[in-house]
Design a binder for this molecule. Structure first.
Ligand SMILES: [Zn+2]
Length: 132
């Protein structure tokens, strides 16, 4: 286990609780899938990755900025995380999974989160009249 991938983080629990409330069935941390996605919905062929903004370098996000100290330590480390995310995503999509990334900083807006989940998990990619 790589040290940085924490399981059952608070943002992840928020997403799981909401999915559950919406009636979706899901599994956790499926090791047989590339990158061990946080949340997997086998029936939808869907994987949801809940990303911490710092560790996964959320672009244009306050929390995703590069640290100003020990850059020679952090820069390569964070660059590896981003590359690992990219490869996992490509590999997941290659196995027929669709992938949704949810950023830590967006989970407090429950309505938007709900809408993105419903859009993502609806068969045709739209959530039947749910306004964005
Ligand atoms: Zn962010």
């Amino acid at each position: 286990m790589r040290g940085i991938r924490k399981k059952n983080t608070r943002p992840e629990l928020v997403v799981r609780r909401l999915l559950h409330r919406l009636g979706f069935r899901f599994r956790l941390h499926q090791r047989h899938l590339p990158g061990t996605p946080d949340i997997v919905l086998p029936r939808h062929h869907a994987a949801i990755l809940v990303h911490g903004c710092f560790w996964h370098q959320h672009q244009d996000c306050k929390k995703g900025g590069l640290p100003s100290v020990r850059r020679d330590y952090w820069l390569p480390k964070l660059a590896r995380n981003v590359e690992r995310d990219r490869l996992a995503r490509v590999a997941l999509e290659a196995t027929g999974y669709k992938v949704l990334v949810i950023w830590e900083c967006t989970i407090h807006d429950t309505e938007t989160l709900r809408t993105s989940l419903l859009n993502f998990l609806s068969e045709d990619g739209t959530a039947g009249g749910v306004a964005r």
